[in-house]
Design a binder for this molecule. Structure first.
Ligand code: LLP
Length: 429
């Protein structure tokens, strides 16, 4: 729980607003963000790097609502994107194209053309084929594409295997040993301009060592590139800083910045680029859900709630732990071991397994913490469930920043077959 998600007289509040009130007004399941928490995290990271030259590019995939991106823009920060859709969102929200870095292993020709037209800051390239495709597109447009290569340092980030991205068998980045050859090739291509070196080794890291080990490897590479006349001006260290979901103790923004800058202080004329996602938005949001039923079987006590794996897939996909609490502590009932599940037709649809929770009755509300990062952004319409609404509480005001989807939204873009009525009626029986 942070300062912005607190019980006041036994009632859970987001900033100054009772969660129960928001649930009544906007329905459930409901993502509720604290703007103050989000801004505080951004400002803390910014302050932690202080006067070390850096550009903070918020990783849009973590939570992509354009209201959140607008806040990022208002602080003069940039964005890390991975698709044409994310470019569209970032620009819509007013993030300057000159502060956008484009990551991702499979940028299409169309996406690269759009990003070139927009004039983004840097393409983080991940393969030789990608480099050649970008160079052709840029040449056709008589433009020069600013590039970096994402290298894979083969450092173990000590996190969940699904979110480790810098090991040698990962699809991401180019093997560090091949990097000098690709840089040398890129140097010969007039429509490409090498400006950076990039990495991202994984997500939810809870110690600084994998970051500093990586940066040391990158600095070594920068040295050998310099000998070949390739000058790296931007060192993109990706995202990955973890947050507290249960009992992890991740480095603070200051500890993280201190560890990194200790290693990078020898560099001259190099600007750091950061791509934080989770550490900014993860603990800035709760998912509020209502208990539909208590279902007690001889083996288990299930609490069936109206949020499901389509709203928050992290527990199902990674076995992640998210703290769950009742929104009302008044008259709280004794604790029971329960499994919190959603209505989806999958045994993997759970939000917490065998968890000790105060008993919550039908109709009561619970809040699922740490739902900001990869929560709404990974949600889907599985089981034809309309996606949840998103609310941003900021400065004492709650704003609906995404409407709850309606049934019509579910079939948007679909069409019925144009079968003449009698074909159906006269079906061969
Ligand atoms: N930069 C790149 C190139 C990335 O791939 C990512 C995340 C980030 C930055 C931001 O990383 P962060 O600061 O949020 O750790 N769905 C998973 C996490 C996937 C991370 C994907 N890449 C989860 O829910 O844990």
């Amino acid at each position: 729980m942070t300062d912005y998600f607190e019980y006041k007289s036994g009632i859970l509040h987001v900033e100054d607003i009772p969660v129960e009130k928001l649930a009544e007004e906007y329905g459930t399941p409901l993502f509720v963000y604290s703007g103050a928490n989000f801004s505080k995290n951004l400002k803390e990271l910014e302050a932690a790097f202080g006067d070390v030259r850096h550009l903070l590019c918020y990783s849009v995939k973590a939570a992509s609502n354009i209201s959140l991106l607008q806040k990022v823009a208002s602080f003069g920060m940039g964005a890390d994107i991975v698709s044409g859709g994310e470019l569209y969102r970032a620009l819509k929200a007013g993030i300057p194209s000159g502060r956008i870095v484009y990551s991702g292993v499979g940028k299409t020709a169309q996406e690269m053309a759009e990003a070139l037209d927009a004039g983004i800051f840097m393409f983080n390239l991940e393969s030789s084929e990608e480099m050649h495709l970008l160079s052709v597109i840029a040449e056709d447009k008589r433009l020069v594409a600013p590039i970096s290569f994402r290298v894979n340092p083969d450092v173990d980030p000590l996190t969940h295997p699904y979110i480790a991205t810098g090991l040698k068998d990962s699809k991401f980045g180019i093997p560090i040993a091949e990097a000098p050859f690709l840089f040398a090739e890129a140097k010969k291509i007039p429509s490409l301009k090498i400006i950076g070196l990039d990495c991202h080794i994984g997500s939810q890291l809870t110690s600084t060592e994998p970051f500093t080990d990586t940066v040391k490897i990158l600095i070594q590479l920068m040295g050998s590139l310099r000998e070949e006349g390739i000058n790296i001006r931007y060192l993109d260290i990706g995202g990955g800083l973890g947050i507290n979901y249960s009992n992890e103790v991740p480095p603070t923004a200051f500890e993280y910045a201190e560890a990194i800058t200790k290693v990078t202080k020898q560099l001259e004329n190099v600007t750091l680029i950061l791509e934080p996602g989770r550490s900014v938005v993860g603990n800035s949001c709760i998912l509020v859900t209502r208990v539909i039923y208590n279902k007690v079987t001889p083996a288990k006590h299930f609490v069936v709630v109206d949020a499901a794996m389509n709203d928050l897939i992290r527990p199902s996909l990674y076995g992640s732990y998210h703290k769950i609490v009742p929104t009302n502590q008044l008259g709280v009932l004794p604790t029971k071991k329960v499994t919190v599940v959603g209505p989806i037709c999958e045994s993997g649809d759970f939000l917490a397994k065998d968890r000790d929770l105060p008993e919550v009755l039908q109709g009561e509300l619970v809040a699922i913490f740490g739902a900001g990062a990869y929560g709404f952004s990974m949600s889907s319409n599985y089981n034809s469930r309309p996606r949840a609404a998103e609310v941003l509480v900021d400065g004492g005001v709650a704003r609906l920043i995404r409407q709850r989807e309606q049934y019509e939204d579910l079939i948007n873009g679909e069409s019925l077959l144009e079968t003449p009525e009698d074909d159906i009626l006269g079906a061969k029986l």
